[in-house]
Design a protein around this ligand. Sequence first.
Ligand code: DC
Length: 218
Amino acid sequence: MQVPVLTIDGPSGAGKGTVSRAVARQLQWHYLDSGSIYRSLAIASLKAGGNLENVEQVSQIAEQMQLEFDCQAELIVYLNGENISAELGKETTGNAASIVAAYPEVRARLLQKQKDFQRLPGLVADGRDMGSVVFPDAQYKVYLTASAAERGLRRYKQLIEKGIDANLEQITQEIEARDLRDQQRSVAPLTIPTGAIAIDSSDMTIDQVIERVMNLVR
Ligand code: DC
């Protein structure tokens, strides 16, 4: 029996994580946060005292690292048995992830780990290349985006709410730099996958986006 897959791709800060988790919960499907795999690899490489520019070393770590995911209200990730959830969401981790994710060797090594998430009753897969590379045959594909200014503002508000000092201009610039790196890399660049429905969430609430995606699957 074919296991249904819903892919949700798009740039950072478009709301993919929140939407994917909510939809997975409503459908009672499994959830793959592929960004957290690249984030975990960046953390593993830095913990090993490695240099993110050393492709050889980073891809070896990609091969060896043991990851376990516990999908509670928040995602909990264990790297070689250690809970790294607190470091996972940091801006520095996201930027480092975008560097290691650009290496073709690294992406090839992480492909099967991601495909293994496709299990009954279904999977919601969130990332940059879910509908284009990892699950090209997915039944349902969404490309979720929002303007860089809006994504920067959302991220800024999240940080301020958490009591973390933040600079809106700097955050927006970092988002634009990350978009460019994710779009211009040679393998699996961020693009709108064939057959995907594009949703611009700039002027939508999260609930409206969730409703649109649920209507697609229903
Ligand atoms: O979605 P995120 O912010 O957690 O992703 C962090 C980085 O990982 C992102 O800048 C690019 C990379 N990534 C990727 O290359 N492919 C994916 N499927 C998911 C994330």
